[in-house]
Design a binder for this molecule. Sequence first.
Ligand SMILES: O=P(O)(O)OC[C@H]1O[C@](O)(CO)[C@@H](O)[C@@H]1O
Ligand SMILES: [Fe+2]
Length: 192
Amino acid sequence: MTPKTTFFDLQTGFAPETESVSLKRSLSTIKSIFSNQEKAEEILSSEDRLVYEFYDLGIPEKEGNIAYGTSILYPGKVGDEFHMTKGHFHTILDTGEVYYCLKGHGMMMMENPEGDVEYREMRAGHSVFVPGRYAHRTINVSDTEVFVTFFAFRADAGHDYGTVESKGFRKLVVSDGQGGYKIIDNPKWNSI
Ligand SMILES: O=P(O)(O)OC[C@H]1O[C@](O)(CO)[C@@H](O)[C@@H]1O
Ligand SMILES: [Fe+2]
């Protein structure tokens, strides 16, 4: 490989001048992650919506490389639950990842197989190091502003979505009804 320069717009997170691809996750493709399924179906009965997108710069997934890009999480809720990413463990479980917030207001929710839960609030300028063994998901807790992060992790780590898809996360981030958020136990969390 040769060195690579990529311009990311600090306001939008977009990388318009590269050959990189923005991967889009619309509500219809991730609806099962939200706790209020009736609400998700109600929204989808009138129209689909883009929940988040992220750039995959195509760095080869081999040992020694670092994958990186931006993640752009749009504001919105499904019921009282804020827009969030699917979330995943890394296939190489003990792989850390760093996120840096470029814009907006969000949360990094993390939990490990032992059941330890950690969450960190993020605003522009904050970085969060997600330790190895922790599943991670970002959540946009603003009703109006996009939440943009830059992420980097070892390129061969892989993504394990299955565990989170079947169990969910132990905690949910929901509206407190007063313009803020609160963290509650996930009533549907499946420990089987
Ligand atoms: O992979 P998910 O859970 O859909 O979330 C997307 C974000 O997580 C990453 O997979 C990195 O952990 C990025 O590609 C992106 O920022
Ligand atoms: Fe990750």
